[in-house]
Design a protein around this ligand. Structure first.
Ligand code: ACO
Length: 273
């Protein structure tokens, strides 16, 4: 386990398990934590021994959102420049995560509030404990859901639910978050790590260039017209081919010539060249 103070990580069997590591403060995000998280993401992103990144929290929280003392009050006391600098640091690592080279999974083990929706959305997939708690608690202390949280909830959840969630500040549990599609699925806490490992292992068997291209285009085409998307997807595939043109040919060969797998039922063997 390599550990800096506020973010911990370990790499096991090509899965990087990254944790918010401030359990005594329910893993809320201070400027210092945000800076360390960016460093950890940079350190892991292009390592050959990392195929998937999982983001979870130490203790009973995933993340209790922004640190109301250090991110808001203390930063505001330093002035406008400090506020913008703190925002850049937080938004910076969420953006880095949204476009991360490796597939990412949010493993939501507990509390997930407000600013926590930024990294939640940034992860490609999200699996929650049934007992996890999600809330846009901003309204409870007198602000709107900023830092992207409003965008996250309206992108992922139908309008009526998004509006209710944001206006009432009422929490939902992991099961409801799954019903709302804020996360992919919810499982008992005791099975959370096992289920996430299972999904990570599926991703580890895919062509990594195709995975990166796929996760990027799924995010990009949401804002495009059909025609723009159609054109963009041609370019994106051709760009992916410039990194790896042999993988897909091997995939075709193993199906058409070798008859060792069926793409409709499973993946080609990416280890075989
Ligand atoms: N900012 C600053 N400090 C926090 C935060 C936070 N977001 N969340 C928890 N802490 C601190 C508490 O102040 C407390 O510090 P102390 O030990 O020095 O008194 C410590 O973490 C433990 O917190 P408790 O409240 O004692 O823990 P408990 O398990 O009883 O409750 C809960 C957990 C429900 C998460 C509660 O801490 C809470 O409501 N936190 C704030 C959640 C929130 O609204 N976050 C902001 C969202 S808005 C945004 O992100 C922009």
């Amino acid at each position: 386990m390599s550990e800096s103070k506020l973010v911990a990580y370990e790499v096991i069997n090509r899965i990087a398990w990254v944790k918010f590591n401030r359990p005594e403060k329910r893993n809320c995000m201070s400027p210092a934590l945000n800076a360390q998280m960016m460093d950890v993401l940079c350190e892991l992103e292009f390592r050959d021994d990392v195929g998937v990144l999982v983001l979870s929290g130490e203790g009973d929280a995933w993340s209790a959102g922004m640190d109301l003392k250090e991110y808001f009050r203390e930063t505001e006391a330093k002035g406008h420049g400090a506020v913008r600098a703190a925002q850049r640091m937080a938004y910076g690592w969420w953006e880095r995560l949204r476009w991360y080279q490796k597939p990412t999974i949010a493993m939501v083990n507990g509390w997930c509030f407000g600013g926590g929706y930024g990294p939640l959305y940034a992860c490609d997939l999200a699996i929650a404990a049934e007992t996890a708690t999600f809330g846009l608690s901003e309204i409870n202390w007198g602000i709107l859901p900023g830092g992207g949280a409003t965008k996250v909830i309206t992108d992922l959840v139908p309008m009526r639910d998004a509006m209710y969630h944001a206006m009432t500040g009422e929490n939902i549990d992991g099961r409801k978050a799954s019903e709302w599609r804020l996360v992919n699925e919810a499982v008992p806490l005791s099975q959370l790590r096992e289920r996430v490992t299972e999904i990570a292992n599926v991703l580890l068997k895919k062509n990594p260039v195709a995975l990166k291209a796929t996760k990027d285009v799924v995010r990009r085409v949401r804002d495009m017209t059909y025609d723009s998307a159609e054109d963009y997807l041609i370019r994106a595939q051709e760009a992916a081919n410039s990194y790896d043109n042999d993988g897909r040919k091997e995939g075709l060969k193993q199906f058409i010539d070798d008859k060792t797998y069926k793409p409709g039922l499973n993946s080609y063997d990416v280890e075989k060249k």
